[in-house]
Design a binder for this molecule. Structure first.
Ligand code: HEM
Length: 131
């Protein structure tokens, strides 16, 4: 085992309130920025439930409390996304919103930001189900 205590991204971000802030800003950008119009269109008109679920999921995904799993069980994230046509463009619109939200919130923590950009890219690409 390593002597170095790894601090979870959840803590580095600033805990629950910070994760909620990130998710809220992410969906606000999706809701308003024309660049994200395609990905916005496949979401429900009301983004409240999507925001709550993404918050619960990211809490555990970032190394904090596994709230989504406690509440709903295994997220089966890829299967959940199969009903939606997710190609590279859709993926990149989703990532555009997340990168923008992170830039605003943790632009002053470049190492954390770069790490999370990569992690989101891998997860978003895993969700891709169309060419
Ligand atoms: C690759 C591009 C992606 C697209 C186009 C996409 C699209 C969607 C859509 C349309 C929904 C349904 C929301 C609604 O009911 O309005 C959804 C749900 C969700 N997405 Fe994504 N998503 C993407 C990537 C991601 C990534 C990278 C994550 C996690 C890091 C994620 C986590 C979730 C979660 C947790 C839910 C809720 C699932 C549930 O209802 O149990 N998505 N997504």
């Amino acid at each position: 085992m390593s002597d170095i205590q790894e601090i979870a991204p959840y803590e580095q971000l600033g805990g629950e309130l910070a994760v909620r802030q990130l998710v809220n800003r992410f969906y606000e950008i999706m809701d308003t920025d024309p660049v994200a119009a395609g990905v916005r269109a496949i979401h429900q008109p009301d983004l409240t439930e999507a925001a709550e679920k993404l918050f619960l999921f990211l809490s555990g995904w970032l190394g904090g409390p596994p709230l989504f799993v406690e509440k709903f069980g295994h997220p089966m994230l890829r299967a959940r996304h199969l009903p939606f046509h997710i190609d590279e463009r859709m993926r990149d619109e989703w990532l555009y919103c997340m990168y923008q939200a992170m830039d605003e919130q943790i632009g002053d923590q470049p190492a954390l930001k770069a790490h999370l950009e990569q992690a989101f890219m891998r997860t978003a690409d895993f969700m891709r189900n169309a060419r």
